[in-house]
Ligand binder design. Structure first.
Ligand code: ADP
Length: 245
């Protein structure tokens, strides 16, 4: 479990996160939603120990400040929003890079990489160059690399933001299968309807404060959504859409 107790973050004089209290469990999805600038990426980076914070973060009951970077990497892997590289790695080489975060004794390179490629449906692409594949395929490579890292938690920063609807559905079902296999997923999304594809806890952030934390079924969810995004929320055929207040 990752536990945040009264976590606050400041960039200079700018308070970006205020007194965040949160538990992230293995086998669960935590979906972080909120307007631009509300602190979503900062929260994700703080959970990964990348940003100085006040308060306390515990991983499995131990203070995160007592972990080295490579120890944190054994707990949490990261799937970034945008990834570009000028280098021509093959898909297989790129996915293999996740192994460097693992302890050498546990390496079983071929098997681990092959499993991750198959799980993310990119096995047939393994010899292609990553700068010659589509955005959706690259996103699957990033997820496969995180899988090879074999961490307990995976933090994803808007992994579906540049993808077409079919790729969004495919990646959603890969992510859903990860949590059902016991991984803890923390995922930022700009699309509220992701909660239809990914069952989990929803965290609504506004100005660095938690405005809502709970399930979609919670009677406060829609009013919180309206308050956080400053829109009127409608639901049709189980899909949320928005109009101006
Ligand atoms: P979100 O992911 O919700 O769009 P961010 O966490 O990226 O929000 O940013 C939250 C606030 O912190 C914004 O006001 C942003 O301008 C500011 N911010 C983000 N990164 C930095 C930084 N490295 N230095 C200073 N301010 C930053």
């Amino acid at each position: 479990m990752i536990k945040l107790n009264n976590v606050s973050v400041r960039y200079g004089k700018n308070q970006v996160l205020s007194n965040i209290n949160l538990e992230i469990n293995e086998g669960e999805n935590l979906i972080i939603l909120g307007p631009n600038g509300s602190g979503k990426t900062t929260l994700l980076k703080t959970i990964m120990g990348l940003i100085h914070f006040e308060g306390e973060i515990e991983i499995d009951g131990k203070n995160i400040n007592s972990f080295s970077r490579s120890e944190i990497a054994r707990y949490i892997s990261y799937v970034p929003q945008i990834f570009t590289t000028p280098f021509s790695f093959t898909v297989k080489e790129f996915v293999s890079m996740g192994l460097y975060r693992k302890k050498r004794d546990y390496w079983d390179e071929e098997k681990d990489v092959e499993e991750a490629l198959k799980m993310t449906n990119i096995y047939d692409l393994k010899d292609k160059y990553i700068n010659k594949i589509s955005g959706g395929e690259l996103q699957k490579c990033l997820i496969a690399r995180a899988l090879v890292q074999d961490s307990i938690f995976i933090a994803m920063d808007e992994p579906m933001s540049h993808l077409d609807v079919k790729a969004v559905l495919e990646i959603s079902s890969i992510v859903a299968s990860l949590s059902s296999q016991g991984k803890g997923i923390v995922i930022i999304s700009h699309d509220v309807n992701i909660i239809k594809n990914l069952n989990g806890n929803i965290l609504l952030l506004k100005n660095g404060n938690i405005s809502f934390l709970g399930k979609e079924e919670n009677p406060d969810f829609v009013s919180s959504l309206e308050r956080v995004f400053e829109v009127k929320v409608h639901k049709n055929d189980d899909i949320y859409y928005f109009t101006k207040l």
